[in-house]
Design a protein around this ligand. Structure first.
Ligand code: LLP
Length: 431
């Protein structure tokens, strides 16, 4: 049956982006020059597939826009939490990015991938003493602290190691950004950063401390934000604060506008260059170095989750499509009601049917899409869940004894496995 479908296909309606590396071709969907069917045949499903060309194009766009607005003081720190696959990190380090890490584990991955320590920033509300020590020993650009207690912990470790710690303070600007509440971070009710007055006090005490050196301030107001205004507001707020510190004789080197630029899962999203041109000139005009920490906007569109339909089932007033990937592979739909474009790898003719695309996990919240019109599918068909490069594999789990999927990197007409699928033995060893 499938072979008869192996012919030029009309563009699918479920795919919005025109410049995606995932394209409908003769014989079905491909990533760059490689058919997704070939990948599934060689590696099995579920599997994450990434395009190297997409990664390098997006990294280059960020670097170019940052250099254009911020000159050679601009720093684009890729947020490793979005996707920490070692092979992808190597590609991004080689493309000239720095890294924003949030744990000792991410610091280890970033150093291993070859990111220059002077281009690494360590963010996060709960750094432990051992992690602080690792960062100081690696000689990273700065640790961004988020509380008075954390600042004291950095000072203690720095003194013990006999090294002056470069610190930034993450400020909570109390700015609301229109996004899902779980990924909104810039309001005082959130655990992140400290309000302005406390940031000032922390910067003063860092400046007065022999083992601390204040170097910058940062804000990160949330993720998947497609309106540029809140970013501009946050940066204006940071510039004012940095200027105030400068007048006190505490000159800061850089302003970190955070990450958070959204991508076009469903509606349009600004390009990297638009975002950087919104925040960059405000920072540069005030005489500071620009730092940005994009994650999703670098890797999000470069990846797709390839899954195979196992069964279909009609129940109540629902049509269920049961696939071999679910919330353990991609938790974003479950956790944030996120919408990912989904396309059959080889589209069957016929009317679209409204379905719930679900996984094999024992939770009613285990779905990849709900009430979604999809072309007809049958067991054995492959589906590509698109825009899944960010916070996909990174948030996967072994719940229900489900093995973590493989990951594949496509490079032109070739592909290679960059993380093997887990095996049952891995469930015993905890890897
Ligand atoms: N910098 C900091 C301090 C962050 O906390 C984050 C993300 C970023 C940068 C990168 O943000 P991005 O450019 O990727 O939006 N799991 C959620 C997203 C959580 C984001 C957490 N922090 C999701 O799947 O939507």
């Amino acid at each position: 049956m499938r072979e008869t479908l192996n012919q030029p296909l009309p563009p699918t309606t479920t795919l919005s982006p025109t410049d995606s590396p995932f394209v409908s071709r003769h014989g079905g969907f491909a990533c760059e020059g490689v058919s997704l069917r070939d990948i599934a045949a060689a590696v099995d499903t579920p599997v994450y597939v990434y395009s190297r060309a997409d990664l390098t194009t997006r990294a280059a766009a960020f670097v170019a826009a940052a250099n254009e607005t911020g000159g050679d003081r601009a720093l684009v720190c890729y947020a490793v939490k979005a996707n920490g696959n070692p092979a992808l990190l190597e590609v991004l380090a080689a493309a000239g990015l720095g890294a924003d890490v949030t744990s000792g584990g991410e610091l280890f991955l970033a150093l291993h991938a070859g990111f220059d320590p002077q281009r690494i920033i360590f963010s996060g509300v709960g750094k432990k003493a051992a992690e602080i020590g690792e960062a100081l020993q690696a000689g990273i650009r700065a640790l961004h602290v988020e509380s008075e207690m954390e600042l004291a912990a950095v000072a203690t470790v720095a003194e013990r190691l006999g090294t002056v710690a470069p610190v930034g303070v993450r400020v909570n600007p109390n700015i609301s950004a229109a996004t899902h509440p779980y990924i909104s971070t810039g309001l005082h009710g959130h655990k992140f950063g400290v309000p302005c007055e406390r940031a000032v006090a922390m910067l003063r005490s860092a400046a007065a401390h022999p083992w601390l050196r204040p170097v910058g301030i940062a804000a990160h107001i949330g993720s998947q934000i497609t309106d540029l205004d809140p970013f501009a507001q946050a940066v204006r707020f940071l510039v004012e604060l940095a200027d105030e510190m400068g007048r006190e004789g505490i000159p800061l080197e850089y302003i970190d506008a955070g990450g958070g630029l959204g991508i076009d899962y469903q509606g349009p999203a600004p390009a990297a260059a638009e975002w950087v041109r919104t925040v960059g000139p405000l920072v540069a005009a005030a005489g500071y170095g620009l730092v940005v920490e994009p994650g999703r906007s670098i890797v999000g569109r470069a990846g797709a989750l390839l899954t195979r339909v196992i069964y279909t089932k009609a129940q109540g007033d629902k049509q269920f499509v049961i696939a071999d990937a679910g919330m353990t592979d991609l938790i974003r739909p479950t956790l944030y009601q996120a919408h990912h474009p989904i396309a059959p790898v080889v589209e069957r003719p016929g009317e679209a049917i409204v379905v719930d695309l679900v996984g094999p996990i024992c939770e009613s919240s285990d779905f990849l899409a709900r009430e979604r019109p999809l072309p007809p599918v049958e067991p054995g068909d492959l589906l590509a869940v698109l825009h899944a490069g960010a916070y996909g594999y990174a948030m996967s789990s072994n719940y229900n004894g489900h093995l973590r999927p493989a990951e594949v990197l496509v490079e032109g007409d070739a592909f290679r496995v960059i993380r093997r699928r887990q095996t049952y033995d891995d469930l015993l060893t905890g890897t």
